[in-house]
Design a protein. Structure first.
Length: 467
């Protein structure tokens, strides 16, 4: 079994201990991950702090060239990285390949961005401009659902802006990140990029570390609250991309057969383990049964299995803890609503649950009020779209949402009423490196992607000159 190493101060190093990484489709060990001690975390922080002065002064052209080298290395090693990602995360191989290619694409897009000096005023009495400087040592805490792509969303802007970086992947999906670090570690000066792995014992040490100046965290809302509380002790800068429980509203003027496959993919891609997946589906009563019938047909024809097997549509839940949580929700859903597709745990090795559709369910059901992060979709019927919007906005979260309608004017009017960071119209989701994403309420703080996402990794300085 291949050995994996952490990256600290430019060196590939062993951990203080190690843990098994499980393939969620087979429950077999796919690799052994090193585990960092607190002392090794401190070594990584010191390395990043020591590297910061020189890297922050490195011309942006050279930082850009380094990121482009990373993107090319990812392209050159797509098959190896994708296979490793599939093995530890569970998603079908074509989706793992798409994520790996997306990592390279996103890094290239960030590398093409600039850090302009903006002139706010140029008058006879005053000249004011805004400069962008790096913040310092940044920690990127990456979740298990889309580990490589979400790493790229943090690594690209952090390093382009001149910060140094410490990456901590999730304990259940560390291998593809460790392999990436091995492939690219000579691209950057020692200490600019560090990768450490843990067994969920270093998170609070990272978020409270006095020499780490910013945290970029993607994960659950509950964990985000802990991150924010811990980071408050040193007044760190924070970007939190948290849970979504995204809702989609389907009006009565849609082409049911046309939108059904799109809605199904938006809800069940990556087995529903996507922060901006559709988690609640509101359908107008006049087309409710017809759309449910189309969705049921799609669900019943999904090929569920090991991501390595050709033709697999849906893989397993990524880890046993999430599997058990979704099983509990599935049990409650069978009592709270009417299951029209799926509804069963598949009797085989691995963390497999059938894609499940639940109708006739109350707004107060836990499946509706909580983000399930799994292959179960509650479907709610409405007659008045304004009432549906009211129910959607009662959620404590607001990351994304969508309106589906043949009338764009009506859809835009409803979109302005939906209390979420992003509202898509006749699609869900649409993620682009140049379009910012950010949540409201319990879905997070700050932005990722776009100019706004890059600005999360800089400190703005205003120069105000008397003339």
């Amino acid at each position: 079994m291949p050995k994996y190493h952490m990256l600290i101060g430019g060196n590939l190093v062993q951990g203080h201990s190690a843990i098994d990484v499980i393939n969620p489709a087979t429950e077999e060990v796919v690799g052994i991950s090193p585990i960092a001690s607190e002392a090794q975390l401190n070594e990584a922080v010191e390395a990043a702090a020591s590297a910061f002065p020189q890297w922050s002064r490195t011309p942006i052209k050279e930082r850009r060239e380094a990121l482009l080298k990373v993107a090319q290395i990812v392209d050159d090693n797509t098959q190896e990285l994708s296979w490793l990602l599939m093995s530890e995360q569970g998603k079908p191989l074509p989706q793992a390949i798409s994520e790996t290619k997306g990592l390279a694409f996103f890094i290239r897009q960030f590398a093409d961005m600039t850090l302009p000096v903006e002139t706010l005023e140029d008058s006879p009495t005053r000249y004011v401009e805004v400069h962008r400087f790096p913040i310092g040592v940044v920690a990127a805490i990456v979740p298990w659902n889309v580990p490589l792509l979400l790493l790229g969303i943090k690594l690209g802007p952090a390093l382009l802006a001149g910060n140094t970086l410490i990456v901590k992947p999730a304990p259940t999906t560390p291998l593809s990140t460790l392999k990436l670090a091995e492939l690219i570690h000579k691209v950057f000066p020692a200490g600019v990029l560090n990768v450490i792995t843990d067994a969920n014992h270093l998170g609070d040490k990272i978020t409270s570390h006095p020499k780490i100046h910013k945290i970029s965290f993607t994960g659950s809302t509950a964990t985000g609250v802990k991150v924010m509380s811990s980071a408050a002790t040193t007044l760190k800068r924070l970007t939190l991309e948290l849970g979504g429980n995204d809702a989609a509203i389907v009006l009565d003027d849609v082409d049911v057969k046309n939108i059904a496959p799109k809605i199904f993919r938006a809800a069940f891609n990556n087995c529903g383990q996507v922060c901006i997946a559709i988690k609640r589906l509101y359908i107008h009563e006049s087309i409710h049964d017809a759309l449910c019938q189309e969705l049921t047909s799609i669900a019943n024809n999904q090929v569920i299995g090991n991501g390595a097997e050709k033709g697999t549509d849906l893989g397993p839940l990524q880890n046993r803890a999430q599997f058990e949580k979704v099983k509990d929700l599935l049990s409650e859903a069978s009592q709270d609503g009417r299951i029209i597709a799926g509804g069963k745990v598949i009797d085989r090795k691995g963390y497999f649950i059938e894609p499940t559709l639940v109708c006739d369910i109350a707004e107060t059901s836990r499946l509706v009020t909580e983000e399930q992060f799994g292959p179960i979709l509650p479907i709610l019927k409405f007659s008045n779209p304004l009432t549906a919007i009211e129910h959607i906005n009662e959620s404590s979260q607001g990351l994304g949402g969508s309106i589906w309608s043949g009338n764009l004017k009506k859809a835009r009017e409803l979109a302005l009423l939906m209390d979420t960071g992003t509202v898509w119209i006749n699609k869900h989701p649409d993620v682009d490196p140049n379009i910012p994403i950010g949540g409201v309420k319990g879905s997070g703080l700050g932005f990722e992607l776009g100019r706004e996402g890059l600005d999360e990794f800089v400190q703005k300085r205003v120069i105000n000159e008397l003339r």
